[in-house]
Design a protein around this ligand. Structure first.
Ligand SMILES: Nc1ncnc2c1ncn2[C@@H]1O[C@H](COP(=O)(O)OP(=O)(O)OP(=O)(O)O)[C@@H](O)[C@H]1O
Ligand code: SF4
Ligand SMILES: [Mg+2]
Length: 386
């Protein structure tokens, strides 16, 4: 993707290995990824192709025996007030600097809410804690105090008291432009009110009631919404949703993805959806990156990908999507098995399974090239109309 585009995240040559007793698992080999501000991007590929490892690298959550051995992860942070952008390489940050990014500028929701949120605290308290850590509540506190004083004016019959309180209200109103740091007692109230607002934002039924409930009292879908509310409470620039293979039933998953789509306008964050389902991508993402065995094989707009798939692996994936009313005995599947990443195939990692492979494919690794406008593919023999 050209550098002139407004990218919030740009991953270049990301290479990550796991140093296990069985050997070195070459999990990511020069992964390339670009996320534009405001886009919803899907990362799609079979199980084990490196989707979660990519997300973990972006958040610097790779732990031994894993190690990021190369590449850059450029995050372009934009100040909402001044509009100025500041580009940083996440891989160069000190661990304590990373705390200002992780769960703050970049938030992740793992779609396996079985053990998370924390089972022993009320939902509202958990979201309120995140709110207090990440949001400046000065304005909200003033607003709460103003509302309380207005009630007191209404409930008072003394003209003298009313005049005094009105004066106080005016004073608080004049402070709204530049609110001071909130005091503790009111900050807690404001954070709770904000937590209920966040639950409302994620279309939680009865948000006031849910805020007072514990995670085990909610359904899987509601817990998922609570997790998204918690992630959004940080005001992130990027929200990553890592859909684990089987955690959610299909209906809940569809609800969550629809919700994210609806929220997009309200939250102003760029979204990354990790999935092994191209159908999900078609419905929710405007950009897609296809991964195969730890490499980026194709990256383009969703429309372009479905209309003009170029990489043989992507073509296989699209053909394998079951079509409505199709009465096939067996679905089309890509021949062969997912490679072992300790000894991955040489050259193009897809070559043992590829119907279009030629001699060069096992010898040379194809680089990611723009084969059509805005359409990037790593293949020696690109297919279709290129
Ligand atoms: N802690 C680890 N130790 C060794 N290998 C690992 C470790 N974590 C991940 N890997 C390997 O890295 C590769 C990529 O794994 P990753 O979890 O990113 O796959 P994925 O695309 O998210 O798959 P899924 O769709 O099943 O979630 C796999 O081969 C996996 O075995
Ligand atoms: S580079 Fe060769 S083996 Fe790899 S996808 Fe293209 S044609 Fe197939
Ligand atoms: Mg995964």
């Amino acid at each position: 993707m050209s550098s002139s585009e407004d990218l919030v995240l740009s991953v270049k040559g990301l290479t990550t290995n796991f140093y296990t007793y069985e050997g070195i698992v070459k999990a990511l080999d020069s992964v390339e990824l670009s996320l534009r501000r405001g886009d919803t991007m899907g990362i799609v590929g079979e199980t084990g192709c490196g989707k979660s490892v990519t997300a973990k690298c972006i958040l610097r959550l790779i732990e031994p025996p894993g190690r990021i051995d190369g590449g850059q992860i450029l995050f372009s942070d934009r100040d909402p007030k001044t509009g100025e952008t500041n580009e940083i390489d996440i891989l160069q940050l000190a661990p304590e600097e990373m705390l200002t990014i992780r769960g703050n500028k970049i938030a992740i929701v793992f779609q396996d809410p079985a053990t998370y949120p924390n089972p022993v605290f009320r939902i509202g308290a958990q979201i309120a804690e995140v709110v207090s850590l990440h949001q400046d509540l000065g304005r909200e506190v003033l607003e709460i105090r103003i509302r309380e004083l207005e009630d007191s004016v209404k409930n008072s019959s003394s003209a003298e008291h009313q005049a005094k309180v009105r004066e106080q209200i005016e004073h608080y109103v004049s402070m709204l432009e530049n609110p001071p740091k909130p005091d503790k007692k009111y900050a807690r109230k404001a954070a709770w009110a904000k937590a209920v607002d966040m639950l409302r934002l994620v279309r939680m039924p009865s948000p006031e009631q849910v805020a007072n409930q514990y995670p085990h009292e909610l359904s899987g879908g509601m817990r998922q919404r609570a997790l998204i509310a918690m992630a959004l409470a940080c005001n992130p620039s990027i929200l990553i949703c890592d859909e684990a293979t089987t955690a959610l039933d299909v209906t809940v998953q569809a609800q969550v993805l629809n919700l994210l789509n609806e929220l997009k306008k309200d939250i102003g964050a760029s979204i990354m959806i990790i999935t092994h389902d191209l159908g999900v991508v078609a419905e929710t993402c405007n950009w897609v990156m296809v991964m195969y065995a730890g490499t980026t094989v194709e990256s383009t707009s969703t429309k372009e990908l479905f209309e003009h798939p170029v990489h043989p692996y992507t073509i296989g994936l699209i053909t394998a999507i079951p079509k409505l009313h199709e009465n096939k005995e067996r679905l089309d599947q890509i021949q062969g098995t997912v490679p072992n990443l300790i000894n991955p195939p040489t050259g193009c990692r897809f070559h043992p399974r590829c119907a279009f492979a030629t001699e060069i494919c096992s010898r040379e690794r194809p680089s990611l090239e723009e084969v059509r406008p805005g359409h990037y593919v790593a293949c020696h023999n690109p297919q279709g109309n290129v």
